[in-house]
Each structure stands twice: as C-alpha cells, then as structure tokens.
Design a protein around this ligand. Structure first.
Ligand code: XMP
Length: 185
C-alpha cells in the first residue's frame, strides 16, 4: 500500500467485479439503439476504460471535461465545462460516466448542457462512487458502483493535487497529505 494511504476502501478485485456488473447492467438495460458513453475527464478514465470493456455491444465513445473544484478538498461550487462532445447525440442514449458523485454539481451541469444541446437524447448517469452525505443538488445516478462515506478518497483515477490517480485501488488519503495541494477533476 502507498505510504500516503490510510486504508484501502475498495480493492482492485472489488472494483473489477463491480465494474463488470455495471457494464453488464448497462448493456442489458439498453440492448438496442445508439448508445454513447461519455467519459468525464480526468477522474473517470480508469473506470471508463474498464466499464466500456464490460459492455458487450456496439457503443460510441465520447469525452467531456468538467472542472468543479477550485482548491483543496471541497467544491468551489462552480462548474467549468472545458471540453464537450460535438457529436450529434440526437435520438441516442447517452451515459455520462464519472468517478464520484459528490455535491452533484458536476453531473447536474453536464446533464443539463447535454439536454440543452441535444434535446432528443436520453441522458443517463453512471458513477463508480456515490458520496451521498455531501449532495448539494438533487441528483441520483442511474448506475452506482459503491456508496462511499464522507472521506476524501484517491486512486483508480481519483487524485489529490494531480497525484495518486494511477493507484489500482481506492483508498483514504492520510489527513496530513491534504495540506498545500489542489485536486483535479
Ligand atoms: P461534484 O461535487 O460536482 O464533484 O459531485 C464531482 C467531482 O469532484 C471530485 N471529487 C473528488 N475527488 N476524491 C477525489 O479525488 C474525492 O473524495 C472527491 N470528491 C469529489 C471528482 O473529480 C468528481 O469528478
């Protein structure tokens, strides 16, 4: 285990099994029609890569970049959308994939923008982690990997100050590591 990690919350094996189940559930729920999976950069990249391999049907791959955190470990409250799919998503089922649903502002903004630009799209959401305790807007994801307690987690795509994204598991960061950094998106 990395020296900055206090404890592992979700092991590689647990993540693999749950991600596979989520992929199968998405394929089963959307057996027909155009299905597009939109990865929210950067945090969802590891989850996304594993999730789409567990979806046994034709899909479209798109990316969006929404940055919601100004500094530290709490949300700035504003969501900046830097990259957005320019594909025509009309009439398609779109599943927005993120690493963690926290206050809900990021997914809510992305969902609203997708629906505004592609009114005919059916927009669904899929997150690996759901931190319900911190929800600030009314939003539930359609597909959830794990519920997570109100602790700052890193690994498997999740970072603090750009670090720890490549840990293969998800763990709780030791509190002394919070000081003087900025986490990403
Ligand atoms: P909101 O609050 O908009 O936030 O739902 C979603 C984004 O916030 C980041 N986030 C975290 N990143 N550990 C992290 O490394 C956490 O515990 C955490 N909580 C929220 C994340 O980028 C997510 O996309």
């Amino acid at each position: 285990m990395h020296q900055d990690i206090e404890r592992v919350l979700f092991s590689e094996d647990a993540i693999r099994a749950r991600t596979r189940a989520l992929g199968e559930a998405i394929a089963k729920a959307h057996p027909e029609g155009d299905l597009v999976l939109v990865a929210l950069l950067k945090g969802s990249v590891l989850f996304y890569a594993d999730l789409i391999r567990a979806i046994d049907r034709q899909i479209g791959v798109e990316f969006a970049w929404a940055s919601s955190y100004g500094d530290g470990t709490s949300s700035s409250g504003t969501v900046e959308l830097k990259v957005f799919p320019d594909e025509d998503l009309r009439g398609k089922t779109v599943v927005v994939v993120d690493d963690i649903l926290d206050t809900g502002r990021t997914l809510a903004s992305v969902k609203a923008r997708l629906l505004a630009e592609h009114p005919d799209a059916e927009v669904r959401t899929c997150v690996l982690l759901d931190k319900r305790a911190r929800r600030a807007v009314e939003l539930d994801a359609d597909y959830v990997g794990f519920e997570v307690e109100d602790v700052f987690v890193v690994g498997y795509g999740l970072d603090f100050a750009g670090r720890y994204r490549n840990l293969p598991y998800i763990g709780v960061l030791k509190p002394h590591c919070y000081e003087g950094g900025e986490e990403g998106d």
